[in-house]
Design a protein around this ligand. Sequence first.
Ligand code: HEM
Length: 409
Amino acid sequence: MPESQTPVAVPLARKPLGMLKSLAAARNNVLSIIPYIATQQPVVSGTTGVRWHMLMDPDAIRRVLLEELENYPKSDVTKNLLRPAIGESLFIAEGAHWRWQRRAAAPVFSHRNVSALAPVMSAAAETSLARIEAADKRASDIYAEMVRATFDITASVTLSGSALFSSDEVHRAIDAYIAANSRRSAGAGDVPDLLDLLLEGEDPETGRSMSTAELRDNLLTFIVAGHETTALTLAWAFYLCAFDQDVQDKARAEAQSALQGRTATAADLPNLPYCRMIIDEALRLYPPAALVSRTAQAPDTLAGREVKKGDTVMIPIYALHRNALLWDDPDAFRPERFAEKPQRYAYLPFGDGPRICIGASFALQEAVIILATLLAKRRFSPVQGKTPDPVMILTLRPEGGVWLTSEAV
Ligand code: HEM
């Protein structure tokens, strides 16, 4: 362990904030509305305009995400925030409309398909390494670098490299792309991209397949949900490796022995367990989706609390992952803790239950390939006075960037 204590954390509120203060605080950092006691207790409730409950109790969370799924749809706040960006896609649909899309999209992210996309990830890792080598010993923002790397991957795997991405244009571009390539009938290339795979997808129960608008919204969702979250995971993982050089050395030794000078591929993943543990621990300390929320449709009891219809039920994943009842030394960076499987419903970087992240294995594969490839060749060190600040707006970002220097090893 480095002498200096624990890695950066969000200062959680020690006393209740009033409604106006909460709103003001939430605008700057959503996580600042989480009270400190959420890291010490299984449940915290309150009323700030609406009645709300924060759950850190694994059994209660299991009830919300699995057993009583229908009673806890995603909250309106979540849907209203995301709908303009991603339409009525898988991410925000509910009930039957969600279920058939999920069934149709599930095969896209099968182990076989995700492994087949690994060469794109290896190529992006190589390009990223070249850029970092070119920066030589100058400090660079590894968060910005990871956004580029994961963006390259997303661009290649969503539409085989037609790099047209920028918000509104994406909408039109994807429509045009689907129309122009009339791929509904065309055969796929060597390695099918996500659009090819979605086109093949149909609901195994009803045989229904996606319309052009549905395809577009789901591709957009993959772009929005997949690229920044994975970049954040990597940025925080590099921050942590620079923070604790012993961990970094151990990961480097593993990566060098597994890769023997090569870029990491899907076949190397079983030989990179420690790199994977670093990613798992980065996702524990800085979960990119650090808070999810639901609206209760009927009265219920959760962790001994009375829940009324209309109450907001939040799972503050950030506080769950640092809850003292569930984790030893919760604020410490200790990748080894993932040598054992964590308790179910205590570790939720990808959510859980039927609505668990559909891209989790894609993201983990991408993150380990990039981390191992870079650590095998470079040693990363922090830059004095440039500590990132964890701030959540939609995702948990390192405000100010993750500034590191690196040198060849
Ligand atoms: C480290 C990276 C990622 C993290 C931390 C992450 C996190 C999450 C979480 C927490 C949820 C559940 C939200 C809730 O229950 O309210 C979710 C759902 C989802 N994610 Fe991810 N995600 C990541 C990467 C990806 C990737 C790479 C893709 C696609 C290529 C993706 C696509 C989706 C979709 C479509 C859903 C909605 C699934 C459903 O409701 O059936 N995510 N993600």
